[in-house]
Design a binder for this molecule. Structure first.
Ligand code: URA
Length: 425
């Protein structure tokens, strides 16, 4: 077999066999073909697409390139939850303990942020003492005793995906449905859960910009899951505005702490309750309505909050000492009206420039910096009101004006769209 023939075949829009895809992926992992040759292959897929069978072959080859986790020892329903990454997305911190307190086991391997979207691993690292690395046995022990565990993504899972995803990032070939579907599903299937809930973000702050493409990606991932006998459910959620009020690592942990104390931002609450109810209903095979009632009860009774505290403590974290030292500056409104839009993409760039994200894998980040939205979608604003607070350690040029410009304030209040767009099973 020759790489050039396989790439040409795809360039001619012909279907590839399992062996051809396996040859390309394994040769790249073993450094038998270089970045340039693999880039040509990736671009041939980017422009010509893959059939469902070919997407499954790619997923399967990437799963087999690394370790898989065996969670069969756990005698509870096991449910993983994945988010495709959004601005202010701290949902994992909230739904994992909620589902665990309902008796669902939640094993999470979370990545660090690269580019504009923050990673859950970075958020958890803003808690002093929190251990993101542990042995497989310790991970399973925590799942059995606490019910949820969040550790960093293992380097040994879906090894080929890591290398190919890094290359796609470098050459700008990320937004391809078969490439995204196989990349996400290879990691999820290898991680061993029976039920996989995917929170697929749609909108300006996400890589799926419209509902049509997001639906296509969701259907592909559900079908790939079916090849493995896994239940995959994808919820499309709106990312045209940030999720919750706090954006930045320690600030997002603070918002999760406040959430469990009953201080809710509406969109964050709606999505958190929805996703946790989906996790519980599909894992415990109860109706969505009963699962939702259970979630509300677990929040109001304080059970979910206790589970959150137990989980963080179990992994060594001290919530009383967050890495949150920063100066603050308030940004005020210069007109009266209603907040009809908050540009999540622009906002994420500001937070990134403050130092909350990294350009390269090895860059250091500042856990404390970010933005708190004092006014959010639908709020009434008077000239001079505080719109948002910037937490910074190093000033960024024009940061106050740039943040003010993220807000669209208009005389007439617009209807706020529901955060959950639709769910595909
Ligand atoms: N997340 C992934 O894990 N892979 C992609 O290709 C895109 C987002």
């Amino acid at each position: 077999m020759r790489a050039i023939d396989i790439t040409n075949k795809k360039n001619n829009n012909e279907k590839l066999t399992y062996e051809e895809i396996e040859y390309m992926v394994n040769s790249y992992v073993k450094d038998k073909i270089n970045d340039e040759t693999m880039s040509d292959f990736v671009w041939s897929i980017y422009y010509n697409g893959l059939s469902l069978d070919e997407t499954y072959y790619l997923t399967d080859v990437m799963i087999k390139s690394g370790e898989t986790i065996d969670l069969s020892k756990i005698n509870k329903p096991v449910c993983d939850k994945h988010s495709t990454g959004g601005v202010g997305d701290k949902i994992t911190l909230i739904v994992s303990p909620i589902a665990a307190s309902a008796g669902v086991c939640v094993p999470k391997m979370s990545g660090r942020g690269l580019g504009l979207t923050g990673g859950t691993a970075d958020k958890l690292e803003s808690i002093p003492g929190y251990k993101l690395k542990m042995s497989k046995d310790a991970f399973i022990n925590e799942l059995q005793t606490v019910g949820c565990a969040v550790i960093s993504q293992s380097e040994k899972i879906a090894v080929a995906d890591k290398k190919i995803y890094a290359l796609r990032n470098e050459i700008g070939a990320v937004d391809s449905i078969p490439l995204i579907a196989s990349s996400i599903m290879s990691k999820k299937i290898a991680s061993g859960s029976d039920v996989i809930i995917i929170d697929l973000k749609v909108g300006k702050g996400a890589f799926m910009k419209n509902i049509k493409d997001a639906t296509k990606l969701a259907k592909t991932m559900v079908k790939i899951g079916n090849y493995y006998g896994k239940k995959v459910i994808c919820t499309l959620s709106d990312m045209n505005a940030p999720l919750g009020r706090n954006i930045g690592n320690a600030l997002e942990v603070k918002e999760a702490i406040d959430f469990f104390k009953g201080k809710y931002d509406k969109r964050l609450y709606d999505l958190s309750v929805y996703i946790s109810a989906l996790m519980i209903s599909s894992s415990k095979k109860i109706s969505f309505k009963s699962a939702k009632e259970l979630v509300i009860n677990l929040l109001e009774s304080g059970h979910a909050r206790n589970k959150f505290n137990t989980w963080i403590k179990f992994q060594g974290g001290n919530l009383g000492k967050l890495r949150d030292k920063a100066k603050t500056v308030k940004v005020t409104a210069d007109i009266n009206g209603y907040v009809n839009k908050i540009d999540s993409l622009k906002l994420s760039k500001i937070v990134f420039d403050l130092g909350a994200g990294r350009k390269k894998k090895k860059d250091k980040i500042d856990y404390a910096v970010g933005v708190v939205l004092n006014k959010t979608l639908g709020d009434k604003v008077q000239k001079g009101d505080v719109l948002a607070t910037i937490y910074y350690n190093k000033k960024v040029d024009n940061m106050e004006d740039d943040l003010r410009n993220c807000y669209l304030i208009e005389r007439k209040k617009k209807k706020i769209k529901k955060i959950v767009i639709k769910t595909i099973k």
